[in-house]
Write a protein that binds this ligand. Structure first.
Ligand SMILES: O=c1ccn([C@@H]2O[C@H](COP(=O)(O)OP(=O)(O)O[C@H]3O[C@H](CO)[C@@H](O)[C@H](O)[C@H]3O)[C@@H](O)[C@H]2O)c(=O)[nH]1
Ligand SMILES: [Mn+2]
Length: 744
């Protein structure tokens, strides 16, 4: 009977579909009217035109970009689906489960504190999965000795932590979180015993933490001249539980734990996280019986619940759907968000709206972390087919051991009980050397893709979805993984610039979703991918709408129809319809008006800063004028900045590069707004310029935090007065030059 029950369900949201499609239809008509209105102006005789051509064209171009973005964005609204899984219906026999390799990446012990990274490692080891089928690998791109020391300490602690979690069915399997929360779980009969044991384990955790912290301090002194600073280091691979999967005192088996630091040399590009994941993909092919699945985690993304692996396996055990699924994606969720979340650090719309929409098409985008992926899908070949050896070497490099591992019947030598390291480590070292990928297709055709700073998005698109694979999205009510998000403006914009650059790199490449997608995936799925890749070009309409109407307002040039003209209502409708649809989506997913405001505001802020710089970076690197760089996000909190975030106050301690557009555009809009109002009062003709005044007013309401930062606040997180003065001058120069251009 048990077997006949489904392991998972997929529900199509009919109500959302009706609302979304009706809205899309109405909005589409309005956009058609708008385009007609703008285009017919261009057909007028130049002499009869009341407005100069240049600002009109710029605003029109901005409107076209916004309309394009709106159009491709409808893909997410077309057919959203929601999935539920029933892990309790999985087979009871552990032997039936496929092996899973957990990949955790870390790069810099200063930005990614070792204790936190080890907490992620410990939580992954404690997943509810047969331990002999679970292997945890940490890739250390920093090559820092403290990380290796930390792992050894973590393993010692795991020998107590894992049996404890298992015995009491602990749900919060990340020790740091467990000991700082008030989770009390115990078998009814054994409360006293549980409390005693919990206390003992807590003490052991403190010992572990102290040791790591002490080693960190010691290491910092030594690391001054160490490998991290140069970025070059030899490879180092160490199996932490060397003597096999020996059991703990309480007869709980331990998962395999391995430290991997690949070789890095300045002569070889290391391709950041994608590069390190590819080393792990190779290295693990030798150590295990080629685990069919991998779970990828960022070093700050701890497992918050033991059941994610079993949840993901609900798809594996469904023979109908499993062969086509490349990965199961869980959302990125964060433990350090405030209720107000002024920076939209949650990236709310992605994980609460967009991914459901894609799940109804081809599946969600690969999202960097929190996904269970099939090895076979990553390799891009089927191990069942007879494969040509030369072809394989061209794709995967020269290692015979690795090529052997591609065969379906391959058995790893770690299983035969012989000493694993002496046999495998030399070959693993070859696979982890930086020259291994020379003349191969790693990162080009096979495994995680290079050439974009958003390796996740690009890999999911080009190597998985475009090759026919599907993915599914699971978002259970208890977050399965929790990470550290950016909680200050500087980190947010630095990360946003990297993402902007990565996405724009794809957009302007030959793999641009609307060109490369349609023959391979459906038009709708390509549109969804295109919206993301095009996100950086929001900078253009945002810059246009923050400057051109304002400049024209100052010079008395109307760009929109008069209020008494019926065409004015086309614009008003589009404006209000977009805002209210966004508001509807936020409210429907449990948000508030404040969250809606935050999302609008951060979209505008990111639009004029990091999307702009990101696009610029992508163009420069395309022209060979600059090189891509991946600055890892800071995961160590600055107390003062964290406090401000919790209080919902912007922290403007960021580089001039980011402040410049924000301050200049705000001042420009202040000037334009007051001038516009004054002009209306003096001339009494308010109809002509109403739309432009309204636009500036909206920008100022949304940008009020910036005005406050310039003129009201006195704390260290404000915008320095010197900056305000500097950029006020800049906006005056812009306005004067702009006015001259307008007058010809
Ligand atoms: O050269 C590098 C750089 C980074 N990382 C690791 O990559 C992960 C993600 O880096 P992070 O600094 O946290 O960047 P985020 O912007 O927060 O990460 C998001 O965006 C990345 C793409 O830009 C994705 O890879 C991530 O999964 C996604 O969470 C971290 O574990 C790093 O340690 C490396 O292993 N090697
Ligand atoms: Mn991160």
């Amino acid at each position: 009977m048990e077997n006949s029950l489904p392991l998972h369900l997929c529900q199509v949201h009919k109500f959302s579909i009706i609302i979304n499609r009706t809205y899309a239809f109405l909005h589409c008509i309005a956009i058609a009217f708008l385009i007609y209105y703008r285009a017919s102006f261009l057909c007028q005789q130049p002499k009869t035109r009341t407005t100069p051509l240049l600002p009109w064209l710029l605003v029109f171009a901005g409107e076209l970009v916004l309309s394009f973005m709106w159009l491709v964005g409808q893909a997410y609204r077309w057919r959203p689906v929601y999935r539920t899984v029933f892990p309790e219906r999985l087979p009871k026999d552990d032997n039936k489960f496929p092996a899973i390799d957990v990949f955790i990446c870390t790069a810099d012990p200063k930005k990614e504190p070792t204790v936190e990274v080890m907490n992620t490692v410990l939580s992954a080891m404690a997943l509810d999965y047969p331990p002999e089928k679970l292997h945890v690998y940490l890739s250390d791109d920093g090559g820092a000795s403290i990380t290796l020391t930390g792992m050894k300490e973590a393993f010692k602690f795991a020998r107590s932590w894992l049996p404890f979690c298992k015995k009491y069915g602990i749900k919060t399997i990340c020790p740091k979180v467990y000991f700082s929360s008030s989770e009390y779980q115990y078998a009814d009969s054994g409360r006293a015993e549980f409390m005693e044991e919990k206390q003992k384990i807590k003490e052991k955790y403190e010992v572990f933490k102290d040791r790591v912290l002490r080693a960190t301090e010691k290491g910092q002194a030594e690391d001054k001249n160490a490998r991290i600073s140069t970025g070059a280091h030899p490879s180092l691979i160490e199996v932490i539980n060397e003597k096999g999967n020996e059991a703990t005192e309480e007869q709980v088996k331990m998962p395999l734990l391995v430290y991997v630091s690949r070789e890095k040399r300045p002569s070889h590009s290391h391709h950041f996280k994608a590069g390190s994941l590819n080393v792990l993909v190779r290295a693990t092919s030798l150590v295990n019986i080629n685990s069919p699945y991998m779970l990828v985690l960022d070093c700050d993304m701890y497992c918050n619940d033991p059941t994610s692996a079993r949840q993901a396996m609900c798809f594996h055990f469904d023979p109908k759907i499993s062969p086509s699924i490349a990965f199961v994606q869980f959302p990125q969720t964060f433990h350090n968000l405030s209720k107000n979340d002024i920076y939209d650090s949650e990236i709310r719309s992605i994980f609460r709206i967009l991914w459901y929409g894609l799940d109804g098409l081809k599946g969600p985008v690969l999202s960097g972390t929190n996904f269970y992926i099939k090895r076979e899908a990553l390799y891009g070949i089927s191990s069942q087919k007879g494969l040509d050896l030369i072809e394989l070497k061209n794709s995967f490099g020269q290692s015979n051991e690795f090529l052997k591992s591609l065969r379906a019947d391959h058995k790893s030598s770690i299983d035969d009980g012989s000493d694993s390291s002496s046999k495998l480590l030399p070959e693993t070292k070859v696979l982890a050397s930086c020259a291994y990928e020379d003349n191969s297709k790693w990162g080009e055709e096979a495994s995680f893709m290079y050439h974009s700073l958003v390796e996740d998005y690009f890999t999911g698109f080009k190597s998985l979805h475009c090759k026919g694979w599907k993915s599914v999205y699971l978002n259970p009510s208890r977050p399965q993984f929790l990470g550290t998000s950016t909680t200050n403006l500087n980190d947010l914009l630095t990360q946003g610039t990297r993402w902007g650059a990565g996405l724009a790199e794809v957009l302007i490449s030959k793999f641009s979703p609307l060109i490369y997608g349609p023959p391979r995936v459906s038009l709708l799925a390509s549109m969804g991918y295109a919206e993301l890749a095009s996100f950086p070009i929001y900078f253009f309409p945002l810059w246009c709408f923050a400057t051109i109407p304002q400049l024209c307002l100052l010079n008395g040039i109307p760009l929109f129809p008069e209020v008494s003209d019926s065409k004015f209502y086309i614009f008003l409708f589009i404006f209000l319809s977009s805002l209210s649809k966004h508001l509807y989506e936020v409210l429907k997913t449990g948000g508030s008006i404040r969250i809606w405001r935050n999302e609008q505001r951060i979209w505008m802020i990111k639009g004029v800063t990091c999307y702009f710089y990101g696009t610029l970076n992508a163009i420069m690197s395309k022209l060979g004028l600059s090189e891509a760089s991946f600055v890892p996000t800071n995961k160590a909190n600055d107390d003062e900045q964290a406090k401000r975030y919790l209080m919902g106050i912007f922290d403007f301690q960021t580089s001039t590069m980011f402040l410049a557009p924000l301050v200049t555009l705000t001042i420009l809009n202040i000037v334009a707004f007051f001038w516009g109002v004054l002009r209306m009062i003096i001339t009494g003709d308010w109809e002509k310029m109403f739309a432009q005044v309204l636009l500036s007013f909206y920008i100022l309401i949304m940008g009020y935090a910036i005005i406050e930062g310039m003129f009201v606040r006195k704390d260290t997180g404000r915008i320095p007065p010197s900056m305000t003065i500097l950029f006020a001058i800049l906006s005056v120069i812009f306005l004067s030059l702009g006015s001259i251009v307008l007058m010809y």
